[in-house]
Ligand binder design. Structure first.
Ligand code: NAD
Ligand code: SER
Length: 314
């Protein structure tokens, strides 16, 4: 493997922590620099270098890239769907300018690869609800979705015009136990496990029959690494790949939880996040990712629920 030096931006977030740890296992602790607006992260402490940095400060980012001899960037800093609706200007500004700063530096410094995640939030109410295809009508209604869709086309543009090898996945809602989620509409599917163990009850902010595409974090990390390690010639999508793990509703996950905690009680009181969830597809067709680089998920609802309880209890 060629000597790579990787910068993870947004390393203290829900995905960032686990991706940084996974990259450190592959490339070596000192070859993966974690960075975030936050000063430090207890889960990353002692596992390798950590820099406190704002992705919006392009000059500082550029200096770090040159100083540290960075060859790849994983850009995870963003404002997610629910928080984005509370502050649309900030969400647009961070999600767009952060990406453009990274793409520009990648072009100037001829980085070998860039990773930037998109989301199922690119899809809107006019997209197909079931098995939503890779290429389809895309008319997002949230500022987060608009920023992700625009970002996908910036990635495509930098690849075609400047040859920047930037790769991307449209993650579904990600479910994990290590690091807390950062303000998404799918966060209920994480909160529910903690409340089930602590309180034996949970009030969900989505209606019971709101089906959404979801994925266990292990699968998301596996997909990310697989995509980034695939030969460039296999990558036919330079906007962002559809990717799928499982789909379920709040009612279905509550029934699965009851298999572990029989007296668990679920109630429902939907809020502004219901409209966001209703605008997204219920399931995703990821056949292009399967064909291009061999994507295959390992976790369904039952296996994910078991793992979540085992790990949170520990
Ligand atoms: P998160 O909110 O948990 O983490 C984002 C991190 O970025 C935080 O640690 C935050 O401190 C950091 N950050 C914010 N502003 C910054 C700045 N200006 N400079 C540097 N760091 C900054 O988000 P996440 O869930 O880990 O998501 C990571 C990426 O994956 C995002 O692009 C998100 O849109 C995408 N994604 C996430 C999900 C999901 O379910 N978690 C689903 C689809 C796509
Ligand atoms: N989990 C994310 C959100 O709900 C999807 O991108 O915002």
């Amino acid at each position: 493997m060629a000597k790579e030096k990787i910068l993870v931006i947004g390393a203290s977030g829900q995905i960032g922590v686990e991706l940084t740890l996974a990259l450190r296992k592959i490339y070596g602790n000192n070859n993966v620099i974690a960075s975030d607006l936050r000063e430090e992260n207890p889960l990353l402490k002692g596992t390798g270098p950590y820099v406190s940095m704002d992705v919006m400060n392009k000059e500082m980012l550029h200096v770090q890239v040159i100083r540290q001899g960075i060859t790849q960037i994983y850009l995870l800093a963003a404002i997610l769907s629910a928080t984005g609706e509370k502050n649309p200007n900030l969400a647009w500004h961070l999600n767009m300018q952060g990406l453009l700063n990274v793409l520009d530096i990648a072009r100037e410094e001829k980085l070998s690869k860039v990773y930037w995640p998109s989301s199922i939030a690119v899809f809107g109410p006019t997209s197909p609800k079931m098995n939503c295809p890779q290429q389809t009508i895309i008319e997002p209604t949230t500022v987060y979705g608009i920023s992700k869709y625009a970002g996908e086309f910036w990635c495509n543009y930098y690849f075609n015009r400047y040859g920047v090898d930037v790769r991307s996945l449209r993650y579904p809602g990600l479910i994990s136990y290590k690091s807390a989620p950062g303000g998404g509409t799918t966060d209920y599917a994480i909160e529910i496990f903690h409340e089930a163990l602590e309180e034996k009850k949970y009030q969900c902010f989505l209606n019971e029959d709101t089906y959404l595409p979801m994925m266990y974090m292990e699968d998301a990390i596996k997909a990310t690494l697989q995509l980034m390690e695939a030969p460039a010639s296999n990558i036919t999508i330079r906007t962002s790949y559809n990717i799928s793990g499982m789909s379920f509703s709040p009612k279905e996950i509550s029934e699965e939880i009851k298999k572990h905690i029989p007296d668990f009680e679920m109630s429902y009181k939907s809020d502004y996040r219901q409209a966001i969830a209703d605008s997204w597809p219920q399931s995703i067709d990821d056949s292009v990712a399967r064909k291009d680089w061999g994507w295959q998920e390992d976790y369904n609802l039952e296996k994910m629920t078991r793992e979540m309880f085992d790990n949170i209890s520990k």
